[in-house]
Design a protein around this ligand. Structure first.
Ligand SMILES: Cc1cc2nc3c(=O)[nH]c(=O)nc-3n(C[C@H](O)[C@H](O)[C@H](O)COP(=O)(O)OP(=O)(O)OC[C@H]3O[C@@H](n4cnc5c(N)ncnc54)[C@H](O)[C@@H]3O)c2cc1C
Length: 512
């Protein structure tokens, strides 16, 4: 049994997943480890992946990356929320902010009070009670107030290629060796099938103890070499194509991502400093590629800067992310469409778990099982949350949306929705995404009307409650109006002092 921590780690792939892994390993693995990353310019990267969730701040802080430097290097903007347009009824819009909605009152979650008073508050949607949502609506940005009920998280829109390059410099400065070349052969040990080496087209052989498969959709090591099967979730998430296109930057870059439902899928708009990322996600059973490109072109808010980039995919994940001495991170382990910007989060999650379980023993049966259980759970949790958006649509304009509304959904998700419909209760997860406010944003934003709520929220003095909710919403609007414009904060290079990340990788909150 090999017990030394001085391992040779080989990462195959230099996209966002590969360089995030290399940078984190360089910082976090025992100093005696050697880390080699192999990538092929000839193959290139997927070239998309621009919106994140607040956990990325925890990742950057773990690596000691300065936020202002990061913003400059990746041409990032701040992100406080996602705006969903047309996902309920065709004319609906709601914000999914990185924050709770209102404070608990009398030990009862805020949304129960809002639901009980909502008949008297026709103009105050749930997101009127989130400072993050109000800031986003006003195209403003401010750091979250410390120690306050009004706290929120924030994330970034970033240029993924620049982020990979930034992390490459970081990793190479910490002794990660990069090898350019295409892997043409994978050598396995005859006795147990473990990976011993990858061989490049040039004939160079790169040996290792642990192999990290960051080879993208190809899944060169985990899928192609070790044969770990792919579990498709297309029956619930029917979109299987995306077309991406850059356009000129917006004069007033919003502090949120926009997701607009279309007749056969949805479009994203992601504001960066030097350009706007746009894309259309669609189901090829319902829309042709040429039409998708044309629809995207027609919808742009600024002049195009690139030709459309067509990407094919299938929602799902590998049955196991860790097999023998190989761990897949990124697209090689699975893919869920970017509706809630979760792929980079899943990459971070896998990296940190990998570090926690870093091999000390040759046979890591239990660690491997725990890792695979954990990652499987993470994927399924995100999957269910994405299905929720599709299933709760209230559009009536296409066979695509009718099919989504009437499809069978996973049992756990169905139970969760039924519980909310009956009692306004959101079942909490102990691990993983998403927390209660996110579910509320989608349930209520897309028009699911619960039949009942916590009886303690039925105010004896309803008028007082209505007044106090109106005053609360007015205060948040005022605070938002008084905050700096997002554009100004970006022009100044970001916040002068970076607040600590509001949550760690596991979504545990610690001081805003
Ligand atoms: C349409 C779309 C939109 C997305 N939007 C978002 C988003 O908004 N937010 C988010 O978090 N995520 C998003 N993602 C996901 C995100 O793009 C990926 O998770 C992220 O880029 C990581 O990709 P990767 O590094 O796993 O793969 P890739 O970028 O595909 O990198 C694969 C690497 O492997 C190398 N490689 C492959 N085969 C070989 C070989 N034989 N030899 C040597 N090297 C090899 C390639 O050269 C490359 O360097 C999106 C994905 C898609 C498809």
């Amino acid at each position: 049994m090999v017990t030394s921590l001085e391992k040779q780690v080989v990462i195959v792939g230099g996209g966002t997943a590969g360089w995030m892994t290399a940078a984190a390993f360089a910082r976090l693995l025992p100093s005696g480890c050697s880390i080699t990353l192999v990538e092929s310019e000839q193959i290139g990267t997927v070239g998309v992946g621009e919106a994140t969730i607040p956990h990325i701040r925890y990742f950057n802080q773990l690596l000691g990356i300065d936020e202002r430097q990061f913003i400059e290097a990746t041409q990032a903007t701040y992100k406080l929320a996602i705006e969903f347009v047309g996902w309920g009824e065709a004319s609906s819009r709601y914000m999914h902010p990185f924050s709770a909605f209102g404070p608990d009152m009398g030990g009862v979650d805020f949304h129960h009070h809002w639901l009980s008073a909502r008949g008297a508050l026709p103009n105050l949607s749930l997101d009127s009670f989130s400072l993050a949502a109000q800031l986003a609506r006003a195209d403003r940005f401010a750091p979250p107030p410390p120690d306050s009920d009004l706290g929120y998280g924030y994330a970034f829109h970033l240029d993924a290629s620049r982020y990979a390059l930034f992390l490459r410099r970081y990793a190479e400065a910490r002794h990660v060796t990069r090898r350019e070349g295409k892997v043409s052969r994978v050598v396995q040990a005859p006795e147990d099938g473990r990976i011993e080496a990858v061989v490049l087209e040039s004939g160079v052989r790169v040996e290792g103890d642990l192999f990290i498969d960051c080879s993208g959709f190809r899944s060169l090591l985990l899928g192609q070499t070790l044969g770990v099967p792919f579990e498709s979730w297309k029956r619930w998430l029917p979109c299987d194509r995306a077309v991406a296109m850059a356009s000129e930057p917006l004069d007033t870059p919003p502090s949120y991502t926009r997701s607009t439902a279309t007749a056969t899928g949805w479009q994203w708009r992601i504001p960066l400093q030097h350009r706007t990322g746009n894309g259309q996600v669609y189901a090829s059973d319902f829309l042709g590629d040429d039409e998708a490109c044309e629809q995207l072109r027609q919808s742009l808010n600024s002049h195009p800067l690139s030709e459309p980039n067509l990407i094919r995919f299938e929602a799902g994940c590998r049955a196991r992310s860790w097999e023998k001495n190989c761990v897949a991170i990124g697209l090689s382990s699975g893919f869920l469409e970017p509706l809630e910007s979760t792929s980079i989060y899943l990459i971070q999650m896998a990296i940190i778990k990998c570090v926690e379980f870093f091999p000390a023993a040759r046979d890591q049966t239990f660690s491997r099982e725990a890792f695979n259980r954990w990652m499987g759970l993470e994927y399924r949790r995100v999957r269910d949350f994405l299905i929720l958006h599709y299933h709760l649509n209230r559009r009536t304009d296409s066979a695509f949306w009718n099919g989504c509304a009437s499809m069978d959904i996973p049992d756990g998700l169905k139970r969760k929705i039924d519980l909310f419909r009956e009692s306004s209760t959101v079942e909490h997860y102990e691990q993983g995404l998403f927390a209660q406010p996110s579910w509320l944003a989608v349930y209520l934003g897309q028009g699911l009307s619960p039949e009942g709520w916590d009886s303690r929220a039925m105010p004896a003095a309803q008028t007082t409650m209505v007044r106090s909710l109106e005053a609360m919403a007015a205060r948040l609007r005022e605070l938002a109006r008084g905050a700096p414009e997002h554009r100004e904060v970006i022009l100044r290079g970001g916040l002068k002092r970076e607040p600590p990340a509001a949550m760690n990788l596991y979504g545990e909150r610690h001081g805003q």
